[in-house]
Design a protein around this ligand. Sequence first.
Ligand SMILES: N[C@@H](CCC(=O)N[C@@H](CS)C(=O)NCC(=O)O)C(=O)O
Length: 259
Amino acid sequence: MARYTLHGSPHSLPTYKVALMLRMSGQPFSFRYVSFQKGMHRRPEFQALSRWGQVPVLVENERVYVQSAAIVEHLSEVLDRFKGPDSTARQTAREWIFWDVDALFPAVFGCYSAELDRKKLLPLNIDPVIVAYRRRGAETALSSLEARLGAGAFLCAAVPTIADVFCLGDIAFAQVCGFDLDRWPKLADWTRRLKALPGFVEPFDLLAMRDAELSLERKVTRTARTAATRHFSPFRLSSAAPGSCRSFMCSSLDALKCR
Ligand SMILES: N[C@@H](CCC(=O)N[C@@H](CS)C(=O)NCC(=O)O)C(=O)O
């Protein structure tokens, strides 16, 4: 049986999507926390692992996989989960995932960093005009999802596919950002049904800012929530070296002082 190790951060939406796919597929895995603040993603051992120096990275036995969308599609094949009933559903799922990477993820990600700023967990000082602009962008993406959801159905078929799992990862973070899904009734219903599936766990109940072994038996809820909250709430801010990271998330997270 294959052994899986996921390298990433609980604040990384793409990391959560891969963790969710593993979890909802009933696949145990090891989590290795990559601390941006400690510059772990710049260390030679991580750079050797990750072609673009980004999380998530999934190691399956000895082989390394990067890019959350490609990882989730690979997991679907090897674990034989959420594949879709036929080639049409599989192609549609691929199209939804590309849409997510293109539209939903950047929109929600922009709101999540603004949310960290609002909670004074990051010294970003984002202009309220920019925050409103980002929230409008996310609302557009959520409305787009709403418009294409049929009553009772999943995105590509009568059964959930990787497209549902992948988009759900971003929707869970949209809720963390305070979006009330009741404004989008079909989206709210779709989210409820997906979250009721075996293995679903909310972002900070699934991953915390520490290494972990996630087995099927593990009671993640209380233990991980406690750990995540402990690390999440009392973040102290420290100055990040400006421009030291290639991505906004990276530079944002670099500003966190994690204990
Ligand atoms: N397209 C990538 C995006 C991954 C990504 O943006 N990762 C961020 C954290 S959420 C990262 O590692 N940033 C560090 C950097 O770019 O230096 C995926 O879906 O895996």
